[in-house]
Design a protein around this ligand. Structure first.
Ligand code: CU
Length: 107
């Protein structure tokens, strides 16, 4: 019985652990992303929290990641990415493409 309880506890712990996803923050300020190069682990799904600190809306977009999301001014949005192969994936702010450029480096 004690063994069974331990086993159930271990399975429960693993389930909780599996639910945890790494969160990475990306800020938009003065129509620029920071960090402009964001390192994330390859081979696992991660959560990207994009915080727009400008008063104007921006659209996070990436052809390589196949993501597109409008973030209103002074607000934030969540974008899930991955699991990715190791490599570099460009993204940009579609509303300010001349300055809002960045890349995600998965390794
Ligand atoms: Cu777009």
């Amino acid at each position: 019985m004690k063994y069974l309880i331990s086993l159930v506890f271990i399975f429960f712990s693993l389930a909780v652990f599996a639910e945890e996803m790494q969160v990475f923050e990306l800020h938009i300020k003065d129509h620029q992303f920071s960090p402009a190069e964001l390192q994330i682990p390859a081979g696992t799904k991660v959560k990207l929290l994009v915080k727009n600190k400008d008063a104007t809306p921006e659209e996070f977009e990436s052809y390589e990641l196949n993501r597109e999301k409008v973030i209103p001014g002074n607000s934030e949005a969540t974008v899930y990415i991955g699991p990715l192969d190791p490599g570099t994936y460009g993204f940009f702010g579609e509303f300010h493409m001349d300055t809002a450029q960045g890349k995600i480096i998965a390794d």
